[in-house]
Design a protein around this ligand. Sequence first.
Ligand code: NAP
Length: 321
Amino acid sequence: MFAPTAQPAILVLGGTGKVGSRIVRQLLSSPSHSDYTILVASRNGSSDSSNLQQQHNNGARVQHVPFDWHNPDTWRNPFSLSTTTSTTTPAGISAIYLIAPPSLDADVLMTKFIDFARERGGVRRFVLQSASSIEAGGPAMGKVHAYLEGLGREGEVEWAVLKPTWFQQNFVDQPVHLKAIKEESAIYSATGEGKIPWVSADDIAAVAVQALTNPSPPNTDYMVLGPELLSYGEIAEILTEVLGRRIVHVDLSAAELEKRHQSFGMPEDYAKMISAMDLSIRAGAENRTSDVVLRVTGERPRKFRDLAESVNEVWEPSGRV
Ligand SMILES: NC(=O)c1ccc[n+]([C@@H]2O[C@H](COP(=O)([O-])OP(=O)(O)OC[C@H]3O[C@@H](n4cnc5c(N)ncnc54)[C@H](OP(=O)(O)O)[C@@H]3O)[C@@H](O)[C@H]2O)c1
């Protein structure tokens, strides 16, 4: 399927999403990563990779790989790269970034895929995107976290788990927020006055790039948080100032929020889980900051206001969702 390569490859699952696409762009634009082939895996988006290759020309190569967590026949696609017969010896996939699909059985699929990648591709390093609220051994990605930690203890893998809090880019990229800001000048949550250390997807990606490429294996988890604690009401105030029109926060019950998520196509059980997370935020569960972004990347984490000012036109009422 793919041309043979002697370059080590990094496989980014969910490589077209908020964090995955930024990992790909950061790897492509950094001269120190020019010896990598970057495999961008997702169900859709093959043309994006050709565009990226044209925009960045630092020597690194990028290829899209069709991959669907729910179709195990596609799991072998990234490894076709290493089975191509050639006079060059393919270096194979050195590390994989794992982003879960939005389903509650994600852990079953992901642990099976980790084993598949180790057996089929000899992959050693796995970097998992989990979430700040999920402990090792907890639901969904928490089980994958515990699995990697266990394999790491046995010396079977090198690993890292990123535990980001809620992304600043949700207001830009998630239809559930984007549509409400554009059409109703509103943002909805069930968080009350609860605060969140909103983190930039650029900063999560920067931590991920370090974890994927650092010669020393991280073998740890990182609580990836932004620089300031803001409630949804305070996010609405910043948007009001940046956009020059009043944006309000509408505080819903968890049941109302669940229905709202479902109306945007989210599966019922997943919508229930996401809405329940808002109640934890309301109770103060996200009320914390960390120095992880500065410590791992050497850069201060970005503020929500800077993102809002840089992309303000996406929220113009006249634009299209
Ligand atoms: N958003 C947040 O605030 C936040 C905070 C903490 C943790 N997280 C976690 O981060 C993860 C990703 O969330 P996100 O908001 O970043 O998502 P996102 O930006 O929508 O990205 C999801 C990516 O996964 C791919 N994908 C979706 N379903 C897939 C499937 N069945 N098979 C293969 N690829 C699939 C998508 O591409 P295709 O659709 O083309 O396949 C896309 O590249 C989730 O596990 C979430 O719990 C999110």
